[in-house]
Design a protein around this ligand. Structure first.
Ligand code: NDP
Length: 445
């Protein structure tokens, strides 16, 4: 594989798509060795085919706010690769959304979905719409307008979107309602649905739970567990709250959460009632980080800072991409962090990952750690197809087993000569091999 030539060609074709190019480079670097050992991949043009999405849909989303003013946002769906199953991946509503970010997320999703062992291809979508500060009625009108375009492209056997940043149960509900009306069908076309209309138990907390199950497996390799461990978490959204809940349940102490404006440090631990307080604020679309520090006086708010400066044993970045840079990584290492598991997608910069790996800190990437979310979406699809509901114990047991399997695959493909597990390599190689072999079987498409 001529990695530099591939990257130079891609940069020419997609100038300025920084996040997408960063994600592609990381995967190619990891799989270079295995790719070169398998000349059949080169002759089938697997790399050239896997780095470009099958197709991208871009559309306008007009909607009317409560004062009668008309707004227009952009909507996207990137259908990246469906070699092993229908396209599957979340929808993100955030002002920063652009094609580079959605292509990076869709590309990552191919390998993540492959790792789950479930039959799901990779895709991603969303809009530059900002749900923050909008009324319920405004969010409903936006979601309905978004689905009015998207519904033609998706289907339970074609492409099954889900939530992501800015898209939780409420938004999925409004979009699913519109899809149901347009298609005249009640099918598993979206996951993350409400429990009364086709959703799966445990799905809301699945990504966070899965991330902690994965980190638990990492700790186990050093004969350690979460008991008594101090844990720093960033964000407090779909992923972070499930993670905070599970860490607490396993005996760890979560000392931070964060938002775009800063982080909270609570030396007493963020658990129980405090998590419920945060969830109530979140449900009513309010800021959560600052109000927490007013409610619980021992907690301190650090304006404009990230949580990686606090002393912790385990760090779980659960907010957004590139939120943990080289200096943050150096601070974590200096403070004795032993395990970093990415709940978010690509939260650590390549320079930060290098720091962790150089210092032999256990580090695992989002595509392995947060795969529990999409895996449980896969379980929701199975339940929808069978028209039955599993108990929370059953879903949780399956999720736990899937996370253990993903960890095993990372160890199998990522263990280096000195015994250190390079989880980045392990996850990329395991995820890639399955998709690449399927592409070989299916012919040039
Ligand atoms: P949410 O929108 O629910 O939560 C994101 C959280 O991060 C919010 O608390 C948000 O604060 C905070 N945040 C946003 N930007 C920043 C920033 N620059 N610095 C610090 N905090 C910030 O999103 P999700 O929890 O769904 O997603 C989080 C990450 O996990 C994303 O990378 C996503 O792709 C990934 N992921 C999500 C899955 C899921 O099931 N939802 C599955 C797999 C991966 P505020 O609300 O104040 O903006």
């Amino acid at each position: 594989m001529n990695l530099e030539k591939i990257m130079t060609d891609l940069e020419k074709k997609h100038p300025g798509e920084v996040e997408y190019l960063q994600a592609v480079r990381e995967v190619l670097e990891s799989i270079e060795e295995i790719y070169n050992e398998n000349p059949q991949f080169e002759s089938a043009g697997i790399i050239e085919r896997i780095v470009e999405p099958d197709r991208i849909l871009t559309f306008k989303v007009p909607w009317v706010d409560d004062s009668g003013k008309v707004h227009v946002n952009l909507g996207y769906r990137v259908q990246f690769n469906n070699a092993i199953g229908p396209y599957k991946g979340g929808l993100r509503f955030h002002p920063s959304v652009n094609l580079s970010i959605l292509k990076f997320l869709g590309f990552e999703q191919i390998f993540k979905n492959s790792l789950t062992t479930l039959p799901m291809g990779g895709g991603k979508g969303g809009s530059d719409f900002d749900p923050k500060g909008k009324s319920n009625a405004e969010i409903m009108r936006f979601c309905q307008s978004f689905m009015l375009e998207l519904w033609k492209m998706i289907g339970p056997e074609t492409d099954v979107p889900a939530g992501d940043i800015g898209v939780g149960g409420r938004e999925i509900g409004f979009m699913y309602g519109m899809y149901k009306k347009l298609s005249r069908e009640h099918t598993g076309v979206l996951t993350g649905k409400g429990i009364n209309w086709g959703g799966s138990l445990i799905r809301p907390e699945a990504t966070g739970f899965g991330a902690v199950y994965f980190a638990q497996e990492m700790l186990k390799t050093k004969n350690q567990d979460f008991k008594g461990k101090v844990v720093a978490i960033s964000g407090f959204g779909n992923v972070a709250w499930g993670a905070a809940l599970k860490v607490t349940e396993l005996g760890g102490k979560v000392v931070t959460i964060s938002g775009p404006d800063g982080y909270i440090y609570d030396p007493d631990g963020i658990s129980g009632e405090k998590i419920n307080f945060l969830l109530e604020l979140r449900a009513s679309n309010q800021d959560i980080v600052k109000p927490y520090s007013y409610e619980f006086p021992n907690a301190q708010f650090h304006q404009g800072k990230r949580p990686w400066e606090v002393k912790c044993d385990v760090a779980l970045p659960c907010a957004t991409q590139n939120e943990l840079g080289k200096d943050d990584a150096l601070a974590l290492v200096k403070n004795g962090v032993m395990c970093v598991a990415e709940g978010a997608n690509m939260p650590s910069t390549p320079e930060a990952i290098e720091v962790f790996q150089e210092h032999k800190v256990m580090f695992a990437p989002g595509k392995a750690v947060n795969a529990g979310g999409v895996a449980t979406s896969g379980l929701e699809m199975s339940q929808n197809s069978m028209k039955l509901n599993w108990s929370s114990e059953e879903v949780d047991m399956r999720l736990h087993q899937i996370m253990k399997n993903i960890h095993e695959q990372c160890v199998k493909y990522g263990t280096t000569a000195d015994g250190y597990v390079n989880y980045v390599k392990g996850a990329n190689v395991a995820g890639f091999l399955k998709v690449a072999n399927a592409m070989l079987d299916l012919g040039v498409l």
